[in-house]
Design a protein around this ligand. Sequence first.
Ligand code: B1M
Length: 214
Amino acid sequence: MDILNKISENLQDGNIEMVSELTKQAIKEKIPPKEILDNGLIDGMNIIGEKFKIHEIFIPDVLLAAKSMYAGMNELKPLLIKAGIPAIGKIVIGTIQGDLHDIGKNLVAIMLKGAGFEVIDLGNDVPPEKFIETAKRENADVIGMSALLTTTMTAMKKVIDLLKEQGLSDKIKVIIGGAPTSEEFARQIGADAYCYDAASAVECVKGLIATESK
Ligand code: B1M
């Protein structure tokens, strides 16, 4: 079995130490970090999602898998973040109110930092008002919201409506992402962009900041 499969399988089994060790080994073997992430860690997490859906496994299993994911991500983080790049824009990011899923959001934050953005991470379960207050106080260029639940994604609209009410929509752009969201949903709620994954979030933010400064 190749090492990326081993990472995926150990993540599914919740072997935190092994995932950390195997990720270190994959790095040593010079496998590109993006490949380790996509074909090892995220692959394992996707299989966990499928098994969870059909009740083959339960929340404690998913939590162990999530901890294993973080163990692997911790090893990859320094490689994903390139040091010493000056900040090219500021983004306030968080998972929307009611939603505790933060793995995808954390990946987006890591990639944005790696691309040279200053990232203010509000964590998960973030009330709409907190996004606005922080973005105003920090003079941020962009607000980024993540949602993994169909029941919480609707709260994203509240943030956009609050921005409109306060006349801030031109100044502060909004990107959204997370599995249940889509291009169409972004249009419906008036977000400036929908980003499919962490890499495309970097392109989204770069694009929005470039348009803003024209
Ligand atoms: Co939950 N969960 N979960 N869960 N969980 C899902 C999302 C689910 C699809 C599982 C399933 O049924 N197949 C399902 C949602 C169904 C729905 O809404 N239609 C679900 C459910 C139901 C629940 C609970 C309600 C279960 C319960 O209690 N009965 C509960 C809700 C708790 C709450 O939030 N209030 C719950 C709890 C949990 C845990 C706490 C156990 C754990 C979260 C741990 C944590 O995050 N710290 C968990 C997990 C791990 C998952 C799955 C298995 C994996 C999610 C994940 O981290 N994926 C998930 C199934 C799945 O997604 N396949 C599931 C890996 C991550 C890298 O991907 O987050 O999609 P993702 O991020 C991607 C993109 O979406 C994008 O970039 C990332 C990749 O590059 N992206 C952005 C994400 N945010 C972005 C923001 C951007 C741009 C891109 O810009 C700002």
